[in-house]
Design a protein around this ligand. Sequence first.
Ligand code: IVH
Length: 766
Amino acid sequence: MSLERLHFLRSEIRRHDRLYYVEARPEIGDADYDALYRELEALEREHPEWLSPDSPTQRVGGAPLSAFAQVRHNPPMMSLDKTHSRSDLIDFDTFLRRQLPGEVWDYVVEPKVDGVAFSLLYEKGLLVRAATRGNGEVGDDITANVRTIRSIPLSLAGAPALLEARGEVYMTRAGFAELNRREEEAGREPFMNPRNAAAGSLKQLDPREVARRPLDAVIYAAGAVKGADFPSHGGLLKQFADWGFKTPPWQRLCVDIQAVLAAIDELETLRHSFPFEIDGAVVKVNRRDLYDRLGSTAKSPRWARAFKYEPERAETRIWKITVQVGRTGVLTPVAELEPVLLAGSEIARATLHNADEIARKDIRIGDRVWVVKAGDVIPAIESVLTGKRDGTETVFAMPAACPECGGAVARIGDEVAQRCTNPACPAQRVGRLEHFASRDALDIRAIGGKVAEALVAQEWVTDPLDLFSLTLAQLESFRIGDEATGTRKFGKNAQTALEALEAAKSLTLDRWLYATGIPNVGVTVAEQIAAAHSRLSELPGSPVLAAVLRLSDLYDQAAAVNPRSTLNRPKDEAEREERQTRFNRICGEIGVLGDTLIAAGVAAKTPGTALPPQVMCVIKTEAAKAVLAFFASDYGKAYLERLLALGIDPQAKPKATLAADAPLAGATFVLTGTLSQPRNDFAARIKAAGGLVQETVSKNTRYLVAGADAGAAKLTKARNLGTAVLDEAGLLALLSGTSAPVAVPEKPAPAKPKPAAAPYRQQELF
Ligand code: IVH
């Protein structure tokens, strides 16, 4: 009986691993998964004779290695001939035609994943060895490390006697950013890019460390195979996907080289929407029976080509470093660059973040540097080409005084940022004013840019609330510009500005909270906090915000006393008991606070009996802390007092002000994964249709819109809460009103989250 259970548990866990790690459409939540896993562990502990190397419990194991064994590749792992030019691809096709007269074939185009090539060897379906490509002939045995990658099956059902899967280990951009954050926190050097991070992680000698690295893998070729035959490359990819491997998330079958060129162009437009870096496209002849006839050169097969896209990094020179002062006084050093073309646009400036970053990367004025587009928007300096220094470079020092007002500069608390501490700093005043008047804040269009600068420079406005004291006569006579460039009257805009200011008085709490410009309070956070309150004057003493802070504190306490903690085990029975009592009390309090937050509509509890209870709150601790700190500050107190004196106490959005016929009136959405357009664009369209966009899935979420590579955690949560999951097409249908919201049941039965309708979703081509 229990052997049956053991097999059931293993196959269930494997199935859920595949759903979660490979297909990104989990069916169960963490708690249920953990329960299965723990039950399996217990059974295996009871029956060590049943342990098997492909059990899901056997991913992370073994002592750290002292060195990697060497592995000889047979056949060798070749590389690909690379080109940047389209005409080379046409030549490639012409060459093949000459080699294969009378034959007809298709091509497959797939992304060239920027990671580390590797090989997996399965004997009778069991993973027996994993190796790096090394020099192509000999690589490192990294079996223990690769076993920790959860999207790689430890065994295959229905596999041939011998199967070598070849592919790429990579790290997603998000995983890389998170890993670097942890590395920096631990005081270690961050990795240069996701590929280096993946390579460095695979070289770790301790598999337990590797297990903590966000590695993933995709399979795109076969090496040695006995007992199976793959007539086409497309069929091979399909078969590997059926075995449970991740295969390239985007593939195109092309009838001729013109179609290949079109596919390469299409992939290039999607390039930045992949969750991982791709540095090109790979073109492969689909018919594998032609491979032997074509043969290979010393290094690469003749049946494939790599087409490399223009690099996402470009080399240029820093000719100057300037310092910008933001609305919160933060001093941001900015590299002024010799203009260079990067990912389609000309880059002349890149943020240097802060002084630590400059020191860490040893960036000097005059340096030649690599610029990259971080997160595809803000250019950043990746590294310095130190070899190209000629001694004329100079070290940059952050100014001791604010470059805008000469005020004192300080680091506050343990922040890395340096701030101008002068609240009267004109740069901060302008920044605050611009923010206050911006579209998502109070939308006072007449007061942006030059006008804001002039209002501050002429001391008409020192604090945004001063705007409300301006009269029409004053504003009409107000002059913008300076002596040098000529001035002009504000004139007719005065009326527009006053009308916008009047309208602003009745804008809702979320808008005002955002306009207030509290650090950590962006549009979404402001909406979330506003949703749990009825008016601004409630915020300073808000029980909801206090509960959010207390909750975070209690989770810390629970972690510290948890008697089942594996990191900090009780040393004896007495301590265990004492900790259990404290733990129970803390869990009880978490439960009560959770209920308060749930009642306020800002939290949800994950079902299950896990302790401490899992309360998911949409308001983040940092945000709650920032809002409370603001209203407790002298400035915050004066700000609120002044608002109330002006007769302004912004109210929360009435829940039903939206026209009932707005297609999405009152519906709440969470967007995740990659959609065909920036998520913000979709968010704006949802809001315009009367919907609300949240950052985290809670019981208030009506729809989770899942794009490509949607966050598994969000999908699980949606699943647990019974939230409807839509793909992009589903969202578009809702937006256009072609499918009334009834088309998607409000609380679907155990609705299987649909896999993403991705711009690069695997096509059923073969
Ligand atoms: S096929 C014999 N397909 O590019 C050809 N390679 O220089 C086997 N790569 O070493 C490689 N994505 O690390 C192939 N979809 C893909 C790939 C890919 C990335 C890497 C691989 C290889 C290098 C070619």
